[in-house]
Unconditional design. Structure first.
Length: 307
């Protein structure tokens, strides 16, 4: 089902594997991997039909390090309901490459320290490689953000810790809260005011590393990128299981979430983190959605963790 392939002529689901979503320069896209043909993207644009049927099992997506992807050597199966599409061995290996896990203290790249706004009382501090130019904030579904400064990795890490302790700003919180806040966000001006106040307090703190070059306050808003004007309350969250069909029209994409209207008119949420690992075959555009749909109240019980 990669972009440009049209309807699949090969019904076998083991060829192209979905690896979830990414935010490229052109916007959000589904990532596809093939053992012989490499990687391709399918843009996720509003009003585009989305229709597929899952294969018989969900398989580990392996390890990605920069532009290099290593398939799971065991071809391990992963639970259909898990947010992570990696088996325990690949997850451990992936974490050994992770800046977030403090395992790459010698990374020479410059890092940005940011304040991200997801909803009222939902502001977090974090760091991202400067070369990613804000893609991390799109991936996390931040509605607005601002940069505090830029510097070496360990300086950015130190600043993140100082901000968290001094301002009471966490570095993560349950993802379900982001979804709820996204459905009725205050205007950009309100978000900018919240960020401006925190940015000013942060710049005045003692203990920030001298090697961190502080940035002026310049808020960035993702209303257009996420098509927030098209987001409507979605009471149902798609639960992917083997041999299930999802069919509808894309309304908007925010972070890893696809907001869609199913062929029977329901507003649904599809978490592309749970889509990763499935081999998908094309379904008819007018097919009924047969995948189970859970009411959003169950999100707090789901093992989706923090983000």
């Amino acid at each position: 089902m990669p972009q440009g392939q049209g309807q699949s002529q090969d019904p076998r689901p083991a060829r192209w594997q979905c690896a979830g979503a990414c935010w490229a320069r052109g916007g959000p896209a589904l990532v596809w991997r093939h053992p012989a043909q490499g990687e391709r993207l399918s843009p996720l644009t509003p009003d585009r039909p989305l229709s597929f049927t899952t294969g018989p099992r969900r398989a580990c997506v392996g390890v990605r390090r920069g532009a290099r992807h290593t398939p799971c050597p065991a071809g391990a199966e992963v639970p259909a309901s898990a947010v992570s599409a990696q088996c325990p061995d690949c997850a451990r290996l992936n974490r050994s490459y992770s800046v977030a896990a403090d395992t790459r203290t010698d990374d020479p790249r410059p890092y940005d320290v940011y304040l991200a706004w997801f909803g009222p009382e939902l502001v977090k501090v974090g760091i991202t490689a400067a070369e990613r130019e804000g893609a991390r904030l799109l991936e996390q579904a931040a509605l607005s953000y601002c940069l505090l400064g830029r510097g070496p990795l360990m300086a950015a890490r130190r600043a993140e810790a100082v901000l968290g302790a001094a301002l009471g700003v966490p570095d993560r919180f349950p993802y379900a809260a982001k979804r709820t806040a996204r459905e009725a966000p205050p205007p950009p001006e309100r978000r900018a005011a919240d960020l401006a106040a925190l940015h000013q307090r942060a710049r005045g703190l003692g203990g920030l590393p001298e090697s961190l070059a502080l940035a002026p306050f310049e808020p960035v808003h993702h209303d257009v990128a996420f098509h927030l004007d098209r987001v409507r309350p979605a009471p149902g969250l798609v639960q992917l299981v083997p041999e299930a069909t999802v069919a509808g029209r894309i309304d908007a994409v925010a972070g890893p979430d696809i907001h869609l209207t199913s062929t029977d008119g329901r507003a649904l949420l599809l978490d592309t983190r749970q889509l990763a690992g499935w081999a998908l075959s094309a379904a008819a555009a007018d097919a009924p959605t047969t995948a189970p749909v859970a009411r959003r109240e169950r999100e707090a019980e789901a093992p989706e963790g923090l983000f």
